[in-house]
Design a protein around this ligand. Structure first.
Ligand code: DC
Length: 231
C-alpha cells in the first residue's frame, strides 16, 4: 500500500471534501477531513453551552474528545464520543463557531497530535486549512484549492438544496463565505495560506470531475502512471 501523502487546503466551499474523497478512493488512500475535528469541538460547545471565553470548559471538551471516521457508501461518517454526528456538524452555525474556535491556539494544539498521527501513518489525503503548512509539511503533493467567492456561494446553495436543507438567499451565503474567509486567513494561529511548494488551483470554472482529474494527474506524476485506479 502506498504511503503517498496528499495535502489539500483552501477556503470554505472550494470543494475540498468532494475532491479529496474522490482522489482518496481512486488512489486507494484514506481520507481525513480535519475540518470535522474543529466542527466537533464547536458542536460540543453548543450542546454543552460552553462559551468562547470559557477556556476551562473548552479544555474539558478537548480532553474528552474522541473522534473516529468511517467511510460507508461514499459517505464519510463522523463519530463523536461514540455518537454519529455526520449531519449535525454540517450546519452554518457549527461551521462559523468552528472557524472562531479554531483561532484559539490551545484548541489547535490539542488537535495537532491527533492530526499528526494520521500524517505519520501516510497513505492519506488530508484536507483543511493548514495541512501543507503545519500538519503535514512533508506531504508529497500539496494543493491549494480555491474558487471565486461567488462560485463557492453558488455551489453552497446547490448543496443545501440537494440535501433538502432550509434554503438561504444567495447574498447571505456569499456574505457568510466572505466572513469565514476573513476569519480563517486573518487569525494569528496557523492562518489559511498556501504552502510555498503548493500547487495553486482555482476551480471556479471547473466541475468536480475536472478538478479531481487534474489533481489525479499531478498525483500520477508523483507515483508513476496507473496510480489512479478508476472506480
Ligand atoms: O473545512 P470546514 O469548513 O469543515 O472547516 C471548519 C472550520 O474549521 C474552518 O472555517 C476553519 C477550521 N479549520 C482549521 O482551522 N484548520 C483546519 N485544518 C481545518 C479546519
Amino acid at each position: 500500500m502506498t504511503k503517498l501523502r496528499i495535502a489539500i487546503d483552501g477556503p470554505a466551499g472550494a470543494g475540498k471534501s468532494s475532491v479529496s474523497k474522490l482522489i482518496a478512493e481512486r488512489l486507494g488512500l484514506s481520507y481525513i477531513d480535519t475540518g470535522a475535528l474543529y466542527r466537533c469541538v464547536a458542536f460540543e460547545m453548543i450542546m454543552n453551552d460552553v462559551a468562547l471565553d470559557d477556556e476551562r470548559g473548552i479544555r474539558r471538551i478537548l480532553a474528552d474528545l474522541k473522534i473516529t471516521f468511517k467511510m460507508e457508501k461514499g459517505r464519510n461518517l463522523v463519530f463523536l464520543n461514540g455518537r454519529e454526528v455526520t449531519a449535525q456538524i454540517r450546519t452554518e452555525q457549527v461551521g462559523m463557531l468552528a472557524s472562531t474556535a479554531s483561532a484559539l491556539p490551545f484548541v489547535r494544539e490539542a488537535l495537532f497530535e491527533m492530526q499528526r498521527r494520521y500524517a505519520e501513518k501516510g497513505g492519506v489525503v488530508m484536507e483543511g486549512r493548514d495541512i501543507g503548512t503545519v500538519i503535514m509539511p512533508e506531504a508529497d503533493l500539496k494543493i491549494f484549492l480555491t474558487a471565486r467567492p461567488e462560485s463557492r456561494a453558488d455551489r453552497r446553495q446547490k448543496d443545501i438544496r440537494a440535501a433538502g436543507r432550509e434554503d438561504k438567499p444567495y447574498e447571505e451565503l456569499l456574505e457568510e463565505i466572505k466572513r469565514r474567509d476573513d476569519q480563517d486567513t486573518q487569525r494569528e494561529a496557523c492562518p489559511l495560506r498556501p504552502a510555498e511548494d503548493a500547487v495553486l488551483l482555482d476551480n471556479s470554472g471547473m466541475t468536480l470531475e475536472e478538478t479531481a482529474a487534474h489533481i489525479g494527474e499531478l498525483a500520477e506524476k508523483k507515483m508513476g502512471p496507473g496510480a489512479c485506479r478508476r472506480s
